[in-house]
Design a protein around this ligand. Structure first.
Ligand SMILES: Cc1cc2nc3c(=O)[nH]c(=O)nc-3n(C[C@H](O)[C@H](O)[C@H](O)COP(=O)(O)OP(=O)(O)OC[C@H]3O[C@@H](n4cnc5c(N)ncnc54)[C@H](O)[C@@H]3O)c2cc1C
Ligand code: SF4
Ligand code: SF4
Ligand code: SF4
Length: 359
C-alpha cells in the first residue's frame, strides 16, 4: 500500500466503504485515505442505460455539454444550445436499482459533505462534520480558496426535506426487499462486538450471497481493493472471484458498505437525523473554478495539494474514449483536479479503482 496521504471524493456509499476500510484496518489492510469529501446523492445512473435512453431520444452523449439535476428535473444541456429535460421520477429506465436501499443522502460519515441542494445556483452547500473537516474549511476561507456564508433557514429546511424523502422512500423499498427474503444487511445495525463476530465468519462466497446476488452491490470496488491475494476482479457489471480465498481472511466482508454496519460507524437512530451529525453548514462558492455547482470540491482539493496536507487526491474524470463515462484516478496535479470538476451522473467501478491500480 502507498504511504502517500490521499483525499477521496465520493458518493456516500464510497465514503462509507473508505470509513470501514480504515476503521477495521487490522482486517482490511487500511488505506491511504486521510480526508473524505462526500457528495450528496439521491441515486446514481447506469452509464449504459443512460446512453441507450438518450439515444432513444436522438441524443448522443458526445452532444451533451453538461448534466444537471435542477428543481426535480434531470437536465442535459447540449452543445448546440438545446436543452433536454425530464422529471426525476421519469429517470427510472436508467436509475441504478441497487441505489434504492440506500438512505444516506448527505454522506454522513465524511469529513466534509458537499452538494447543491440548499444553496443558490453556482453555490455548493457544505456540511462540516469532523474537526479535520473544520480545520480544512476554516483555512480555505481564511486563505481565500472559497467564500462561505451560513446556509439560509429556507435552504436548510429544503435540504432536510429532501434527505427525509430519500430516507422514507428507500426505507419502504428495503423493508419490502427484506420481506421477500432479500436481506439488506447494511440496514441491520449491530454492535461493534456483533459486527466482528458476523464478519469474522465470512469470505467472498458470503459477499456473493449476501450482497451481490441480492442486488445490493454498489460497485464501489472496495472488495477488489482490500483483497490481499487479488482474488476479486470487477468488470463493469459485478465483482467476481477468480481464485480460492486465503484462509482466515475476511477483508472484503469487513470493507463492503453493503454488509453489516456497526453502531460505532452510524450511531443508532441516524435515520432520524436527515443530515447526520455535523458541526456547521455553509453556502459556498469558489470563484476561481468552474465546477458543477460552486466549484467547492475542486477548490478544497487544490488547497489540500498546494498546502501539502495530502500528497494525492482521487477524482473522477471522464474516460477519454467515451464521453461522460466516469473514470477515477489519483493525481497530485492541480490541472488534473480542475479538469475533473463537474459531476458525471453515472457509475462504473470508480470508487476504489484508482487506489487498486496504484496498489
Ligand atoms: C451520482 C451523483 C449524484 C448526486 N446527487 C446529488 C443530489 O441529489 N443533490 C445534490 O445536492 N447534489 C448531488 N450530487 C453532488 C453534486 O452533483 C456536486 O458534485 C456537488 O454539489 C459538488 O459540486 P462542486 O461544484 O462543489 O464540485 P466540483 O468542483 O465540480 O467537483 C466535483 C467533484 O466530484 C467528483 N465526481 C464527479 N463525478 C463523480 C462520480 N460519478 N462519482 C464520484 N465523484 C464524482 C469529481 O472528481 C470532482 O472532484 C451528486 C453527485 C453525484 C456524483
Ligand atoms: S448507493 Fe447509490 S444512492 Fe446511495 S450513495 Fe451510492 S450511488 Fe448514491
Ligand atoms: S481472500 Fe477471499 S475473503 Fe479475503 S478479501 Fe480476498 S476474496 Fe475476500
Ligand atoms: S460487493 Fe464489492 S463492489 Fe459491491 S458494494 Fe460490496 S465492496 Fe463494493
Amino acid at each position: 500500500m502507498s504511504n502517500k496521504k490521499t483525499a477521496m471524493v465520493g458518493t456516500p456509499c464510497q465514503i462509507l466503504a473508505a470509513t470501514k476500510i480504515n476503521r477495521y484496518e487490522e482486517k482490511t489492510g487500511g488505506s491511504p485515505i486521510d480526508v473524505k469529501i462526500g457528495l450528496f446523492c439521491m441515486e446514481n445512473f447506469s452509464y449504459q442505460y443512460l446512453k441507450r435512453y438518450l439515444k432513444s431520444r436522438d441524443i448522443e452523449l458526445f452532444e451533451v455539454k453538461e448534466f444537471r439535476i435542477e428543481k426535480g428535473q434531470f437536465v442535459a444541456y447540449l452543445i448546440d444550445g438545446n436543452v433536454f429535460k425530464i422529471p426525476i421520477a421519469e429517470t427510472e429506465p436508467f436509475t441504478r436499482k441497487n441505489c434504492h436501499i440506500c438512505t444516506d443522502y448527505t454522506s454522513d460519515v465524511s469529513d466534509i459533505s458537499v452538494g447543491s441542494v440548499g444553496s443558490p445556483k453556482y453555490h455548493s452547500t457544505v456540511i462540516v462534520r469532523s474537526q479535520k473537516g473544520k480545520q480544512i474549511i476554516d483555512a480555505c476561507i481564511a486563505e481565500g480558496y472559497i467564500e462561505a456564508e451560513a446556509i439560509s433557514r429556507k435552504g436548510q429546511d429544503l435540504l432536510e426535506k429532501i434527505a427525509n424523502q430519500k430516507i422514507s422512500k428507500n426505507t419502504r423499498i428495503y423493508k419490502k426487499r427484506e420481506a421477500i427474503g432479500r436481506p439488506v444487511l447494511s440496514k441491520r445495525q449491530i454492535s461493534e462486538e456483533e459486527f466482528y463476530d458476523e464478519c469474522g465468519k465470512c469470505q467472498f462466497d458470503n459477499l456473493q450471497n449476501d450482497v451481490i446476488s441480492v442486488g445490493s452491490c454498489v460497485l464501489c470496488g472496495a472488495c477488489e481493493y482490500v483483497c490481499p491475494i487479488d482474488a476479486v476482479q470487477i468488470n463493469n457489471r459485478k465483482p467476481v472471484s477468480v481464485k480460492e480465498c486465503e484462509e482466515d481472511c475476511h477483508a472484503c466482508y469487513f470493507a463492503c458498505p453493503r454488509t453489516f454496519i456497526s453502531d460505532a460507524i452510524y450511531p443508532e437512530g441516524i435515520d432520524e437525523q436527515p443530515l447526520g451529525e455535523y458541526l456547521e453548514i455553509y453556502s459556498v462558492k469558489a470563484d476561481s473554478i468552474m465546477g458543477q455547482d460552486g466549484g467547492v470540491v475542486s477548490a478544497i482539493l487544490v488547497y489540500l495539494l498546494e498546502n501539502n496536507i495530502v500528497d494525492e487526491v482521487s477524482v473522477v474524470g471522464e474516460d477519454k474514449d467515451a464521453p461522460w463515462r466516469p473514470e477515477s484516478y489519483l493525481t497530485s496535479k492541480i490541472q488534473d483536479v480542475i479538469k475533473a470538476a463537474g459531476t458525471k451522473y453515472s457509475t462504473t467501478t470508480i470508487g476504489f479503482k484508482a487506489l487498486t491500480n496504484k496498489k
